[in-house]
Design a binder for this molecule. Structure first.
Ligand code: PEP
Length: 253
């Protein structure tokens, strides 16, 4: 089994004291667990968390990046600034931003390119809504989102980008697709990656995201083409976040 990437999206939760405590607990509990970990606090928490994870097995990520370089972009944070904080991963195109802020595939691709140019690994999120799934449109939606969100994104190495398959209806709801549905979606994403990125697509990591917990992690993360997980709610407690990795490692042993 290849080493899994376990990424935590803390969303807009917590306080300075809570971010530091959570990061410290993740660092401590992740020790010796054979997985790669990344935590993505809110932008306001990056400095605090950076000092805690520095030199540890836990990488620092951001929940978003600006597609532009430094300049007149009020309220935004550039990739050069994020790099200075020690960010090595950036979530881009999360469905909450696609919905709340009307982010398009084109903007997501521009953000992915900006991250890549700064040596930050973009975690590019795609996924269908419940309505799209019900109408049998999942494959078509994933196809369009992946092609659009990878426009002119050219990673030199497979490890330079990550794709997160996150069915919108599974995020924060406790609902999870069947193993067969995840397998089919991730196989489709893999074949598209091979088509779009002939040199690297075979090995780009694909994460599953949507109501992952320690109890369901072993089944989901050992499916074909699932190379890790993007975790929201369960990443807010170190035991459940690291517990997800432990469950997968234990099943493989
Ligand atoms: C997410 O927001 O990316 C996510 C997967 O959330 P949750 O784990 O809470 O479903």
């Amino acid at each position: 089994m290849s080493r899994k990437l376990i990424a935590g999206n803390w969303k807009m939760n917590g306080s300075r004291a809570e971010w530091r405590a959570l990061a410290a607990a993740v660092v401590q509990q992740a020790q010796g667990v054979a997985a790669d970990f990344v935590v993505c606090p809110p932008a306001a928490g990056l400095a605090d968390v950076a000092t805690v994870v520095q030199g540890a097995q836990v990488a620092l990520g951001t929940q978003d990046v600006c597609a532009h370089g430094n300049g007149a972009h009020t309220g935004e944070v550039s990739t050069t600034m994020l790099k200075e904080f020690g960010c090595t991963y950036a979530i881009v195109g999360h469905s909450e931003r696609r919905t709340d802020l009307a982010e398009t595939d084109g903007l997501v691709a521009a953000k992915a390119r900006a991250a890549l140019a700064e040596g930050i690994v973009p975690i590019i999120c795609i996924g269908e809504t419940e309505d799209q799934k019900t109408k049998g449109l999942t494959t078509k939606v994933l196809d369009g989102q992946l092609r659009g969100s990878l426009k002119d994104v050219r990673p030199a190495r497979a490890v330079d980008i990550v794709i997160a398959y996150e069915p919108v209806w599974a995020i924060g709801t406790g609902k999870v697709p069947t193993a067969a549905d995840i397998t089919e979606a991730c196989a489709h994403i893999r074949s598209l990656l091979i088509e779009l990125l002939p040199d690297t697509g075979k090995s780009v990591r694909i994460l599953y995201g949507g109501s992952v917990k320690p109890e369901n992690a072993a089944e989901i993360l050992t499916l074909a083409n699932v190379d890790g997980a993007l975790i929201g709610g369960a990443s807010l407690k170190a035991e459940s976040f690291v517990g997800i990795a432990r469950a997968v490692v234990a099943k493989a042993a």
